[in-house]
Design a protein around this ligand. Structure first.
Ligand SMILES: [Zn+2]
Length: 467
């Protein structure tokens, strides 16, 4: 069925203008003034509202066995929470551990998502071990349309790779023309500092940040960038949290390393005092890299506005209160992670655009267009253009509300942003032309989502290869 969105203001990464949008056969077929609806078309009145391209969360965890437990969401709960919050595509980290078979893991993740997601999705394939068998499996996974890797420099002996494995992964990625995302923290330093603190009986969540200080993240960032430079691979730093790591990443960009930078929602809004709260309140805010000293927030916002930080993801990863309490005796056992897939758009709008910290076009760029471009989803996703998928967010800037675990759709019993006011939210959200959300409620088709297959887009020209 056709869909006509009338009277709204289209806002993209580059421009804004009032126009109608006609959707036919799942894609945007016409953009123009005073369009007439075809017979039987559904009509959405967008007067007084903005229309954004569907937002893309480039970094989420849904199925995740980690730290002796599993993250709480299913693809059904996470995809609906995403849509209610204006995110129409997510890229999930497929994370088998070092002891698992990579291809079996990949099939497991795909099977969990298939027919269970209300929005479209793709995967980053984690490389948690590198040997001949894994290499041939990774080639097969890339051929299947999963055109990005993830490596962890942290989480020694579980997800983490050593320097040789990183080198070989990046060499393969460069050959295949795909981008590698990386969690940049020095695993050995984290492990040693954790042992020291625990031996000194410093066991509470407030010791999580001191066990992985800013310098540990900066070191990982420098090392990743150095390896990218030597392998001529394309890279992407995930969840960058602090000024020293930012300086390292920007310095690498400036000298020509093909490096993109992501930061995530919590690091723009929260600081380490949240993790220093007593007991489980602190544990709710344990993630890695950790929440930082407050002075870092302004640096992240200004780098985001300047486009030096390319994208804003969430690292969505819900563990509930009972799971967080696994670490009641030692912060090293607290499952790392905080949800955010539902809150990212509304909070970045309220505290970024409305507070004047970022421009509205940079907001669309960082939360939709640039993730689409970096990860090979454009022009299908991330833009409002004839021929693009009709993933659209009709946004009501007049809405006022407060974030609370009582009203969230993520499957968790706390919200890391409890009590934060929001000034605006999606009024209508479509996935390929089908209305999936109206005013905070899921009203659509539970299995609407498809896996998005992506082509390698970082192939070097032959001259560079022959060097
Ligand atoms: Zn993550």
């Amino acid at each position: 069925m056709a869909l006509l969105i009338k009277g709204g203001e289209i806002v993209t990464a580059e421009t804004r203008y009032h126009s109608d949008i006609l959707v036919e056969n799942e894609v945007i077929s016409t953009i123009g003034s005073d369009l007439t609806a075809p017979p039987n078309a559904e009509i959405v009145d967008a007067a007084g509202k903005q229309i954004f391209p569907g937002f893309i969360d480039p970094h989420v965890h849904i199925h995740l066995p980690f730290m002796a437990t599993f993250a709480k969401d299913t693809h059904a709960t996470a995809s609906k929470a995403a849509l209610i919050g204006g995110t129409t595509t997510f890229i999930e980290m497929c994370c088998p551990s070092r002891n698992d078979d990579a291809l079996e893991g990949y099939h497991l993740w795909k099977q969990k998502a298939e027919r269970n997601s209300a929005c479209d999705y793709a995967f980053h394939m984690a490389v948690t071990r590198y040997d001949a068998k894994t290499e041939s499996q990774l080639r097969e996974i890339v051929r299947d349309g999963t055109a990005s890797f993830k490596i962890f420099l942290a989480y020694k002996n579980f997800f983490g790779v050593d320097d040789e494995e990183m080198f070989r992964t990046l060499t393969l990625a460069a050959e295949l023309g795909i981008i590698t995302t990386a969690h940049c923290e020095n695993a050995e330093l984290v492990s040693q500092l954790q042992q020291l603190l625990i031996a000194e009986r410093r066991t509470g969540p407030e010791w999580h940040e001191p066990s992985r200080p800013e310098a540990v993240e900066a070191e990982g960032t420098v090392r990743f960038a150095t390896f990218l430079e030597q392998t001529h691979a394309a890279g992407y730093v995930v969840h960058l949290s602090c000024a020293p790591a930012l300086r390292a990443a920007v310095e690498a960009k400036m000298r020509g390393v093909n490096l993109s930078i992501e930061s995530v929602l919590p690091h723009f809004l929260l600081d380490k005092t949240y993790a220093e709260r007593a007991g489980v309140e602190g544990m709710k805010h344990v993630m890695s890299p950790p929440l930082r000293d407050k002075r870092n927030l302004a640096a992240l916002w200004s780098a985001l506005e300047a486009g030096l930080i390319d994208t804003v993801g969430t690292d969505h990863c819900p563990f509930d209160v009972e799971q967080k309490l696994i670490g009641a005796q030692a912060f090293t056992q607290i499952p790392n992670g905080i949800p955010g897939i539902e809150e990212r758009v509304n909070l970045m709008w309220t505290y970024g655009v409305n507070r004047g910290l970022i421009d509205i076009h940079r907001f669309v760029d960082a939360l939709s267009t640039r993730p689409a471009r970096i990860f090979g989803l454009a022009p299908r996703k991330g833009m409002i253009a004839v021929g693009s998928d009709a993933d659209l967010v009709v946004f009501d800037p007049g809405y006022r509300g407060t974030i609370s675990a009582r009203t969230q759709h993520t499957n968790n019993n706390y919200n890391g942003f409890e009590g934060f006011a929001i000034e605006g939210r999606p009024s209508v959200v479509t996935v390929r032309g089908k209305v999936q959300v109206r005013d905070g409620a899921f009203v659509g088709q539970h299995d609407r989502g498809h896996m998005l297959r992506r082509e390698p887009q970082y192939l070097k020209n032959e001259a560079v290869h022959a060097r």
